[in-house]
Ligand binder design. Structure first.
Ligand code: ARG
Length: 268
């Protein structure tokens, strides 16, 4: 069994210093001490219960959202495709992520063109294909370039609710082939695309309260699922399907519009 590897970044400078999604409010700052404890618990769960290895990206004082390493880019084997952030506030992260991947033996391949692309936040591998979200952060043109670069089929999904601005906030392919998703975050055609690609018995819809607690921003390793607290019904459903579910409080990161999955980037 291979050991899953994740890239993470300590929340030393994590804060809400600007507002680029509806969850962020500069008047509602994360509590620093609590954020550190929550982040460390996540690391512990990953290593102790999911048997994962965690690599660390050094934090940068000027980039409070660097903790959300899922947005570094898209990783396929030893190929790293860097993100091009929509908001200038996050663009300062790009060179730092790139440097880490180059120093760690990855080959960087640029997406041609100028389309915005926010990496594993919006592009999620599933059964040899990639589901990709667009509108709030990534552009649909970037999906075409990604598909061409990696020679994979990309299924583009339009997001319609700005609370679920990244695909990984409302859609979560699990390693077993099941998919968690919040249907109301997608336009009608996207729902058709999902139903046309994932067999019905593999689709697990979640309700609004569960979606708001970021249950779709979950980490999947084999039959384990790790997510924020606040979705007891979903937890029970997943247990019933044979999953082992780990929940941990990530309230301080929800204040920035993020949770378990986007605090990690899966390395291969
Ligand atoms: N505050 C960050 C932003 O708005 C949160 C990013 C969460 N990342 C994710 N992949 N969902 O950019």
């Amino acid at each position: 069994m291979t050991t899953p590897r994740f890239l993470m970044c300590r929340p030393d400078y994590y804060a809400v210093r600007y507002e680029i999604n509806p969850w962020m409010n500069r008047q509602v700052q994360p509590n620093h001490g609590r954020a550190v404890i929550q982040w460390e618990s996540l690391v512990r769960l990953l290593s102790v219960h999911l048997g994962a290895t965690v690599s660390l990206l050094p934090p940068l004082e000027q980039q409070p959202d660097l903790v959300f390493t899922a947005n570094a880019g898209f990783v396929s084997g030893k190929v790293f495709i860097p993100s091009r952030f929509r908001y200038p506030q996050r663009r300062g992260e790009e060179a730092w992520f790139r440097k880490w991947f180059e120093e760690n033996g990855y080959q960087t391949r640029e997406l041609p063109g100028e389309a915005f692309f926010e990496g594993f936040g919006d592009a999620l591998p599933f059964n040899g294909m990639v589901f990709a979200g667009y509108r709030f952060r990534s552009d649909i043109q970037a999906h075409r370039e990604l598909g061409r670069l990696l020679d994979v089929q990309v299924v583009s999904l339009e997001l319609t609710d700005d609370r679920f601005y990244h695909l990984d906030t409302c859609f979560c392919p699990l390693e077993t082939g099941d998919v968690l998703y919040y249907p109301r975050a997608f336009d009608r055609y996207a729902i058709e695309a999902i139903r046309g690609t994932v067999e019905r018995e593999h689709l697990i819809p979640v309700d609004e309260a569960e979606a708001n607690s970021f249950c779709c921003n979950a980490i999947s390793v084999r039959t384990s699922v790790l997510m924020n607290t606040g979705s007891p019904r979903l937890t029970a459903r997943l247990n019933g399907r044979g999953y082992e579910v780990f929940t941990t409080d990530l309230s301080e990161f929800v204040k920035s519009g993020g949770s378990a999955k986007c605090l990690t980037l899966r390395l291969e």
